[in-house]
Design a binder for this molecule. Structure first.
Ligand SMILES: Cc1cc2nc3c(=O)[nH]c(=O)nc-3n(C[C@H](O)[C@H](O)[C@H](O)COP(=O)(O)O)c2cc1C
Length: 352
């Protein structure tokens, strides 16, 4: 019998908690970004300002917990716990794909986090392939049902191609985006799920009217690896071949500069220094998934909150050490880019 979405979600969570699901042969390339030390910062840590405006809401730090889950009892508890962390720390929270709730309306409660995050920026989530098959009204209802402020549409062709029974047809994506950006009365964020967005795709997104992109690049969680762990032959063989496929997060960010997109950096963000480097490369905010999920699994809301606090402490330290009083100043801070990163950017058609 075919696996249900809930069964799949359950196995994704188990694998992400316990197995090696991150890239091993590829990094984010943030190690190829060096910020220049300011020995005379003339700043106190306490006056460093890390607040931003994102999708019409004020955040106390430029951070999101990116979309992960929903659709099972366990996922419901994770969503509630992580939404509470977002509320307490003044950051944004993304729901996982709401496909399960659309198929089985009884599962809506597993995505309902507003009671735990009454003021936080909450993002709805659906795959572009699923969104293509439904009306704009249906998608709006999906987002409104959970009180979301915006809709994330995820692109994940690499994951689907390795997933047993995954989607195999990725046509009509761009025309769906044109329709949804024009018709949805909520802002749209286009995100990858760990393989990154190239400059060429960025240009097509801009032409489609998209203004916000979460690059979700390679170097962190690999969905090809997750699906490979679940696959039988022949997908397992394909998964092994493509295990390190994708555009490193730093390369995706640097490559998308100058297109006028508001960029969110996710995929392998593991420290406050990664966040600072992402912002210096042009990101407006940074997102994390796997480490905050694992922290929650280990020590609940408190441990997940401590992880977010560590990100903030690292970011503020980098800001003082680059003499950046606020995030705009950090965005202007000079950065040294290594040759490997520059090769990626030049090959992708961006200016290094
Ligand atoms: C357990 C788990 C479930 C995820 N489910 C979704 C999802 O439903 N929709 C989505 O857009 N991204 C999903 N992602 C991808 C993340 O939002 C993120 O883009 C990716 O994991 C890279 O970030 P990371 O390296 O910090 O994990 C999921 C990630 C994890 C770890």
């Amino acid at each position: 019998m075919a696996e249900t979405i809930s069964e799949r979600k359950r196995s994704h969570l188990e694998l992400c908690q316990a197995e090696e699901v991150e890239y091993t042969g590829k990094t984010t390339l943030f190690e190829e970004v060096d910020l220049i030390h300011d020995a005379l910062p003339e700043l106190a840590v306490d006056e460093v300002d890390i607040a931003i405006e994102l999708l019409g809401k004020r955040l106390r730090a430029p951070l999101l917990i990116t979309g992960m889950t929903g659709g099972t009892e366990d996922a419901s508890a994770i969503n509630r716990g992580l939404a509470q962390v977002a509320e307490e720390h003044g950051i944004a929270f993304g729901l996982g794909s709401q496909r399960a709730m659309q198929r089985t309306p009884d599962l809506a409660y597993t995505f309902e986090v507003r009671r735990h995050a009454p003021t936080a920026l909450v993002l709805a989530n659906l795959g572009l392939v699923q969104a293509a098959a439904q009306s704009t009204d249906a998608l709006e209802r999906l987002a409104r049902a959970v009180g979301a402020d915006a809709v994330c549409l995820h692109l994940n062709p690499a994951q689907e191609l390795i997933q047993p029974g995954g989607d195999r047809d990725f046509r009509h994506g761009l025309e769906t985006l044109v329709r949804l950006v024009r018709e949805l009365p909520l802002p749209v964020v286009v995100k990858e799920t760990g393989c990154g967005i190239s400059r060429g795709v960025g240009e097509r997104l801009v032409a489609a009217g998209v203004r916000r992109v979460d690059v979700s690049g390679a170097g962190g969680t690999s969905w090809i690896k997750v699906e490979t762990l679940r696959a039988g032959a022949p997908e397992r063989e394909l998964g092994a071949l493509f295990g390190d496929w994708g555009i490193p997060t730093a390369a995706a960010l640097a490559g998308l500069r100058g297109l006028g997109l508001e960029l969110i950096a996710s995929g392998g963000i593991r420290s406050g220094l990664d966040v600072a480097k992402a912002i210096a490369l042009g990101a407006h905010a940074a997102g994390v998934a796997l480490p905050v999920f694992r922290a929650y699994r280990t020590g609940g809301v408190a441990a997940a909150g401590e992880f977010i606090e560590r990100l903030i402490a690292g970011l503020k330290t980098a800001m003082v050490l680059t003499g950046s009083r606020d995030l705009d100043a950090l965005r202007r801070a000079p950065a040294v880019l290594g040759s490997r990163l520059r090769e990626w950017v030049i090959a992708g058609g961006g200016g290094a």
